[in-house]
Ligand binder design. Structure first.
Ligand code: LLP
Length: 418
């Protein structure tokens, strides 16, 4: 469910016309609905009622301070993967006791900052990392709470770039090596072994891969118990998919109830790290048609947002719905929605049936709330776009459009060139 709907032929975000926002802030911009985000969080969280659990939003999906702060106020924690994400989560008011830190390449300074902040859990991804965190915790005279991120070797049946739970992926520790690593972790004086974690991939549209992963982790927990290693946290990662096009992902309620069925006998707190399912359909990218180009071979609709603003279509061939902000009677044509970037891979929609948009018209690229702005770049020296949040009939600029000055910030021309 989301709050981007047409009223009398015009696209609204909740009860604010998208056209009105565009007139005020210019294009392109990301637009989020607070009601949608809040609703998604509540539904997801409620799916696990009756079992001890903690929802930690995957900050990488959307790291805007206002988005993080909105979720934090609802009681949501954060799943972070860098010192920068730690900084953002803390700045947004996320309780450090609800932060989990994943990632294969945590640097010493990042580990130190997270230890000082007093986060809930470090998800360890290699035996070397265990030694490193033990060393740093020792210097700080702290005990680091750790889980080992297990690679359960599960095929999540999703795009290969976003599948992470297969042995051949770089993530986690293989099941066969896990017991040895747990034993080692248990010996290290500055670690407190508290959990088991996994994350098998993203945009997963079936429940069975999650259940398979859970079953493998349960077996591991049982064996750890035999070794006297008590596990308090079971972190199942994120990955639940959303509808972009024709997908039929399970409802979070089904996902929750199915997982809970398999968890009953366990005495743990369940941690979940959803990203996309919370924000994906809570945001759109609004752009304006600059030109159209029709030849025998092709019909291009050239807009002012490009692959630097929304990388998913060019990076993964992802589908995003394309809708007019103001409906007009336009025939459907086979066309591509492309940006101004100097790359043929710069498209937001390729060879699709689209309304024959005309220059000046506003276009909404749907389901862009997750991995949209957060993956945007300054390629082609394009300032990053503004982000807007609608709440209760008002809209708020939650990130200003970047300026040209910001583009060159920190750069210097050395003396010898002057
Ligand atoms: N936890 C960990 C350890 C992760 O690596 C990720 C995502 C998540 C949680 C959240 O996954 P989600 O619930 O959002 O599926 N850029 C890609 C997605 C990359 C996902 C990376 N890891 C995309 O645009 O589709």
């Amino acid at each position: 469910m989301h709050h981007f709907n047409y009223q009398a032929g015009e696209l609204y975000c909740e009860n604010v016309p998208v056209r009105r926002i565009a007139a005020k802030v210019g294009t392109p911009f990301y637009l989020y609905s607070a009601a949608t985000l809040g609703h998604h969080y509540r539904v997801f969280e409620a799916a696990f009622h009756g079992f001890p659990h903690l929802v930690c939003f995957a900050v990488k999906a959307n790291a805007n301070l206002a988005i993080l702060s909105l979720l934090a106020r609802l009681g949501c924690g954060a799943d972070i993967v860098s010192g920068g994400e730690l900084h953002r989560a803390l700045a947004a008011g996320v309780d450090p006791g609800r932060i989990v830190y994943s990632g294969v390449g945590k640097r010493g300074d990042e580990i130190r900052a997270a230890l000082k902040a007093g986060i809930l859990l470090f998800n360890m991804e290699s035996s070397q990392e265990l030694e490193e965190i033990n060393r740093i915790a020792g210097h700080l005279r702290k005990k680091a709470p750790v889980a080992l991120r297990i690679n359960p070797d599960i095929d999540a049946r999703t795009h290969p770039y976003i599948s992470t739970g297969l042995k051949k992926n770089k993530f986690g520790i293989n099941l066969e090596e896990a017991l040895a690593d747990y034993r080692r972790a248990q010996e290290l004086p500055n670690l407190e072994v508290v959990g088991v974690a996994c994350h098998i991939g993203s945009q997963i549209t079936e429940i069975s891969p999650f259940v398979e992963a859970l079953e493998r982790l349960k077996e591991l927990i049982r064996r750890l118990q035999e070794l006297g290693i008590g596990i308090r946290y079971l972190d199942l990662g994120g990955g639940l998919g959303i509808q972009y096009d024709q997908e039929e992902p399970p409802h979070p309620r089904e996902y929750g109830s199915e997982l809970l069925k398999h968890l009953q006998e366990l005495d743990v707190t369940l941690i979940l790290e959803p990203g996309r399912v919370l924000v994906g359909n809570a945001g759109i990218l609004v752009t304006k048609v600059l030109y159209t180009k029709e030849s025998e071979a092709k019909h291009f609709i050239i807009v002012d947002a490009g692959m630097n603003d929304l990388a998913r279509p060019s990076l993964y061939g992802s589908y995003h719905g394309v809708c007019p902000v103001v409906q007009q009677s336009r025939p459907l044509v086979k066309a591509s929605l492309v940006g101004p970037i100097c790359e043929s891979g710069d498209f937001l929609a390729k060879d699709r049936k689209l309304p024959a948009f005309r220059p000046g018209e506003l276009v909404a690229v749907m389901s862009a709330g997750a991995y949209g702005f957060s993956m945007s770049s300054n390629y082609n020296a394009r300032p990053r776009v503004a982000e807007i949040l609608v709440q209760d009939g008002e809209f708020y600029v939650i990130r200003k459009r970047e300026t040209y000055r910001q583009l060159t910030w920190g750069e210097a021309i050395p003396e010898f060139l002057k």
